[in-house]
Design a protein around this ligand. Sequence first.
Ligand SMILES: Nc1ncnc2c1ncn2[C@@H]1O[C@H](COP(=O)(O)OP(=O)(O)OP(=O)(O)O)[C@@H](O)[C@H]1O
Ligand SMILES: [Mg+2]
Length: 321
Amino acid sequence: MSSDDILAVRDLKVSFTARRAGRKYRVQAVDGVSLSLAEGEVLGIVGESGCGKTTLGRAIVGLVQPDGGNIAFKDDDAIAAGGAALRAMRLNVRMVFQDPYASLNPRRTIGDSVAEAGDINGIFRDRTDRSAMIASTLTAVGLDPSFATRYPYELSGGQRQRAGIARAILPTPSVVVADEPVSALDVSVQAQVLNLMMDLREQLRLSMLFISHDLGVIGQISSRVAVMYMGRIVERGATRTVLDHPLHPYTRALIAAIPKPDPSKRILGAIEASEPPSLFKRPAGCAYAARCPLASDRCLVDIPQLRSAGADDRALACHNV
Ligand SMILES: Nc1ncnc2c1ncn2[C@@H]1O[C@H](COP(=O)(O)OP(=O)(O)OP(=O)(O)O)[C@@H](O)[C@H]1O
Ligand SMILES: [Mg+2]
């Protein structure tokens, strides 16, 4: 962990036991991810559906138990330290969820949901202080304080995601893990909610892990990006460099698949042309080999490790680039 890092994740592994056709399988959703987040930075995590983005985010905020690796917050290996260090990390590293409807308890008022972390950690002096903090947090996300007494079903999608954001910033955290915070929203409100998040990031000096399957959004808001494929990071670097000069064949295919304004200029990339491999039968070598135009015999047996590939934290996991 370097001195200006606020969060460092090392070799994180998360697996699930899943059943399919009567048999039990181990699904390795996150397979040895290392990343660091500098203070004030937005790090984008991009990759297609099922590659483990949400699981990575949930492990970082403590909602799923990793089965390997460690998570350091401000120099403490918080999980190993447990106790006060772990509680501090839980309060300081918070999540905005992909689906604002599922993330708010339908039977609790918006005010109670927003105050949840504060209630658990006993941060409110009294009822008046609690109400005032709920009101100011709702105002900060662009909702009228009267929303405190409403229920999730009374809110529009955009308002619900604003409430979800309010819930993540009371009390003010240091790091927000934003899991596709706008992908479930109507196109007309996506930009408003993204702008709100960027304003809050500046006002509250948040560091952010921004998860998305959309490289266009990542390009707008993150300074660095990590590209995930089947539970692993396959490329990492400054966002502009990665978007302008992608190295990994998977990153190139993702970029080729970004919708172009003129459909005739659109390239049908490998991503759209083929199904992603199933986590139920993880290949022995590089997980991307079956779809990769550069794959060689070595790729079928030997998993490429992430190695340094230039200045500014550029890294790549490929045998043939
Ligand atoms: N609780 C769980 N039990 C069993 N398997 C799970 C569980 N949660 C996730 N998985 C599996 O782990 C893999 C990664 O899922 P995850 O939700 O992290 O992907 P994702 O990149 O966020 O996808 P999406 O873009 O669709 O949100 C998937 O194969 C998923 O089915
Ligand atoms: Mg997800």
